[in-house]
Ligand binder design. Structure first.
Ligand SMILES: Cc1cc2nc3c(=O)[nH]c(=O)nc-3n(C[C@H](O)[C@H](O)[C@H](O)COP(=O)(O)O)c2cc1C
Length: 173
């Protein structure tokens, strides 16, 4: 899929995966998409840990209530804020969000599926221990990746008329 707008609209969170392995080329392409995200002052305040070891996947899975999805994943990407590189926490976290979305879109365009797991942040410190990260790295999200099991997936969004205003708040577009 080449059209970015189609990719944005067609992407769905995928929570069930086939047993197929994912080749390293595609995983590197996904990480490249993350690396090319925008960031304030281009400070690139992120680190990514690619996890494809089944034992590590299993250990992390035990730290989220979405255990089944994570356990089924063929790879995870844990995304960290590097506090040593941070200049403005709000903007740095926005940049991390951009990196996550870039990776989700890349995953979709490569015919893979993913879901953003934020719930694991409830056990952030335990996850950081499993991943052996230094104190300057703070876990922001884990992206679960796999080959999607085919089924119809629907999602919806608020209409533009509810969330967009023209010239000032409250005026319709
Ligand atoms: C910050 C953030 C955290 C999320 N955390 C979870 C999560 O822990 N578990 C999960 O299944 N989905 C999680 N999601 C996925 C959302 O549920 C999903 O994007 C939303 O329902 C819209 O569905 P769609 O992605 O299919 O369009 C998260 C998404 C974001 C952006």
């Amino acid at each position: 899929m080449s059209n970015v707008l189609d990719c944005i609209v067609d992407r769905r969170s995928i929570r069930e995966y086939k047993d197929d392995e994912i080749d390293n080329n595609r995983l590197y392409s996904i990480l490249e998409a993350g690396r090319w995200a925008p960031s304030g002052l281009n400070n690139q305040p992120w680190h990514f840990i690619l996890i494809d070891d089944q034992n590590q996947i299993s250990r992390l899975s035990k730290l989220t209530k979405y255990r089944e999805t994570m356990e089924m994943s063929k790879a995870l990407i844990a995304i960290f804020l590097d506090k040593n590189e941070s200049y403005n926490r709000t903007k740095d976290i926005q940049a991390i969000g951009a990196a996550c979305q870039n990776m989700l879109l890349a995953i979709h365009s490569l015919d893979l599926g993913a879901v953003w797991n934020g719930e694991i942040l409830n056990q952030k410190q335990e996850a950081e221990k499993v991943l052996n990260t230094p104190d300057n790295l703070e876990l922001m999200a884990v992206i679960c990746i796999g080959k999607p099991i085919e089924k119809e997936r629907k999602s919806d969004r608020k209409p533009l008329s509810e969330i967009v205003h023209k010239n000032k708040y409250g005026q319709e577009i």
